[in-house]
Design a protein around this ligand. Sequence first.
Ligand code: HEC
Ligand code: HEC
Ligand code: HEC
Ligand code: HEC
Ligand code: HEC
Ligand code: HEC
Ligand code: HEC
Ligand code: HEC
Ligand code: HEC
Length: 339
Amino acid sequence: MKSSANKIICLCVSILMGIAAISLFVNGRAAEAADVDNCLCHSNKTIKPFIHIPVKNGDCLSCHKPSGQNHPRFKKEAFSLTDKGKAGLCNECHERKDTKKHIHPPVASGDCQDCHDPHQSNNKFQLKGAGASLCYNCHEKSKLDRAFPHKPIAEGKCLSCHDPHQSDQKYLLKFAGADLCTTCHDKAKFAGKSVHAPVATGDCAACHAPHGTQLHHLLKHLVPDGMYQSFNKSNFELCFSCHVNTLADSEQTDTETNFRNGMFNLHYVHVNKAEKGRSCKICHDPHAAGQPHLISSKIAGFGRWRIPIRYTNTNVGGTCVVGCHKQKSYDRINPIENP
Ligand code: HEC
Ligand code: HEC
Ligand code: HEC
Ligand code: HEC
Ligand code: HEC
Ligand code: HEC
Ligand code: HEC
Ligand code: HEC
Ligand code: HEC
C-alpha cells in the first residue's frame, strides 16, 4: 500500500516536474528573448557612434515584438515590427511628423528609414548621410550647383532653411518670406524711410534665387557691379523686368518718369551715356533707404571714400546735394533754370 502510494506520489511529482520543466523551458525562452544579453549575436547593432536610445538601452523588444515563435530557430517570423517598421512604429514613441500643411513625400509615405537607420549610424540622429549628402540621395546635386552658390548651400546646410519633415510654409521652409532671410541677414538693411515694394512684402525671391544663380549676388537678372557703364538696357535687366525700360530713353518727356525738370528727363541725363552712364545703384538702394524714393545716403566715391548725398523731395520735384557740390533742384511744374 505504502509503496503503491509512493509510486503515485512519485508519478505526480515527476508529472509536476515535467510540467515545471516544460513551463520553465517555455518561460526560459521568453526570458531569454527579453534579456538583451541573448541578442548578443547581433552585437553589431551597437557599434557606431550614434545609437538610437532604445537600442543602446538593449530594449530590442520594444520594436521587435516576440510573436511566440522560437528564436533563433525561427528568424524573422519570431518577431514582428509594428507597421512593418514604417512610421507607425516610430509613432509609438515619437510625435507624429505629418501634422503640418506641407509634408516631405518620404515622410508622408511613412518611410522614416529612407533617412534614419532604426539602430545606429555614423551621423547624428542616426541619419543615413551627413549634411547635404543625405538630400542628394534623392535630389540631383547638379540641379543645385550654381556658378555663384549661396554660402549656406555651398556648405551643405540645407537645414538652415528647410525642415526635413514638414512645415506650414511652402517648400518645407522654416520661415516665410523675408523672415527666412533675416535669420542670417541684418534686418536693418531692409527698413528705412523708403522701402522697395517687393522688399516691403518680403518677396526677396523676386530678385534673388535662394540657392544661387549664374549671376553674382544671387541675382535672377543682371545689374552689373560697377557704378558706371554704357547705357545698355541689358545691363539693367533686373530693374527693367518690373519697371518701364523707357524711363531714360528720351531727353524730353512728361510721362516716362518723375525724375525730370519740366520736360527735361534727368534719368536720361544721368544714365543714358555711351560710356560713363551711371548705374541705377549710384542713386537707388535696391532694398531700402533713409531718404525718399530709395535714394541712398552715400554713394561710391573714389577708393574707399563714400560720398554723402542729401536728398529731399517736394510734391513736384526734389533737391539734392552731393558731397560738397552745390545743391541741385528739379521741378516738374515750374522747371528750375540752371538746375
Ligand atoms: C526603434 C525600433 C528598433 C529597436 C529598438 C531595435 N530595432 Fe532592430 N530593426 C528595426 C527595424 C525597423 C528593422 C527593419 C530594418 C529594415 O527593414 O532594414 C530592424 C531590423 C533588425 C534586424 C534584421 C535586419 C538587420 O538590420 O540586420 C536585426 C537582426 C535587428 N533589427 C536586431 C536588433 C537588436 C539586436 C536590437 C537591440 C539591440 C534592435 N534590433 C533594436 C527596429 C528596431
Ligand atoms: C520604443 C520607443 C521608440 C521607438 C519605437 C522609436 N524611437 Fe526613436 N527614440 C526613442 C527614444 C527614447 C529616444 C531618445 C529621446 C528622444 O530624443 O526623444 C529616441 C530618439 C530618436 C531620434 C533622435 C536621436 C538623437 O540623437 O537625438 C531619432 C532621429 C529617432 N529616435 C528616430 C526614430 C525612428 C525613425 C523610429 C522608427 C523607425 C523611432 N525613432 C522609433 C524611442 C523610440
Ligand atoms: C528626408 C529625410 C528624413 C526623413 C524621411 C525623416 N527624417 Fe527625421 N530627421 C531628418 C533630419 C535631417 C533630422 C535632423 C534635424 C536637425 O538637424 O534639426 C531629423 C531628425 C529627426 C528626429 C530628432 C529631432 C526632431 O525633430 O525631433 C526625430 C525624432 C526624427 N527625425 C524622426 C523621424 C520620423 C519618425 C520619421 C518618419 C515619420 C522621419 N524622421 C523621417 C531627416 C528625415
Ligand atoms: C528618400 C528620398 C528623399 C530624400 C533623402 C530627400 N528628399 Fe526632398 N523630396 C523627395 C521627393 C520625392 C520630393 C517631391 C518631388 C520633388 O520635388 O523632387 C521631395 C521634395 C522636396 C522639397 C520640395 C517640397 C515642396 O513642397 O515642393 C524640398 C524643399 C526638399 N525635398 C528638400 C529636401 C532636403 C533639404 C533634403 C535633405 C535633408 C531632402 N529633401 C531629402 C525625396 C527626398
Ligand atoms: C538660404 C535658404 C535655403 C537653403 C540653405 C536651401 N534652400 Fe532649398 N529652397 C529655398 C527656398 C526659398 C525655396 C523655394 C523655391 C524658390 O523660391 O526658388 C527652396 C526650394 C527647394 C526645393 C524645391 C524647389 C526646387 O528648386 O526644386 C528643393 C528640392 C530644395 N530647395 C532643396 C534644397 C537642398 C537639397 C538644399 C541643400 C543643398 C537647400 N535646398 C538649401 C531656400 C533654401
Ligand atoms: C543660414 C544663413 C542664411 C540664410 C537663412 C540666408 N542667407 Fe544669404 N547669405 C548667407 C551667408 C553666410 C552669405 C555670405 C555672406 C558674405 O559673404 O558676406 C550670404 C550671402 C547672400 C547674398 C550675397 C551674395 C553675394 O555674392 O553678394 C545674398 C543676395 C543673399 N545672401 C540673399 C539671401 C536671401 C534672399 C535669403 C532668403 C531667401 C537668404 N540670403 C538667407 C547666409 C544666409
Ligand atoms: C528689387 C530687387 C531686389 C529685391 C526685392 C531684394 N534684393 Fe537683395 N539685392 C539686390 C541687388 C541689385 C543687389 C546687389 C547690390 C549691390 O551690388 O550693391 C542685392 C544685394 C543683396 C545682398 C548682398 C549685398 C548686401 O547688401 O549685403 C543681400 C544679403 C541681399 N541682397 C539680401 C536681400 C534680402 C534678404 C531681400 C528681401 C528682404 C532682398 N535682398 C530683396 C536686389 C534686390
Ligand atoms: C520684382 C519687381 C521689381 C524689380 C525687379 C524692381 N522694382 Fe523697383 N519697384 C517695384 C514696385 C512694385 C514699386 C512700387 C510701385 C512703383 O513705383 O512702380 C517699385 C518702386 C521703385 C522706385 C520708387 C520708390 C519710391 O519710393 O518712389 C524706385 C526708385 C525703384 N523701384 C527702383 C528700382 C531699381 C533701381 C531696380 C533695379 C535694381 C528695381 N526698382 C527693380 C518693383 C520692382
Ligand atoms: C542720379 C540719380 C539717379 C539715377 C542714376 C537713377 N535714378 Fe531713378 N530716380 C531718381 C530720383 C531722384 C527719383 C525720384 C523722382 C521723383 O519722384 O521726384 C527717381 C525715381 C525712379 C523711379 C520711380 C518712377 C519714376 O521714374 O519717377 C524708378 C522706377 C527709378 N527711379 C528707377 C531707376 C532705374 C531703373 C535707374 C537705372 C537705370 C535709375 N532709376 C537711375 C534718381 C536716380
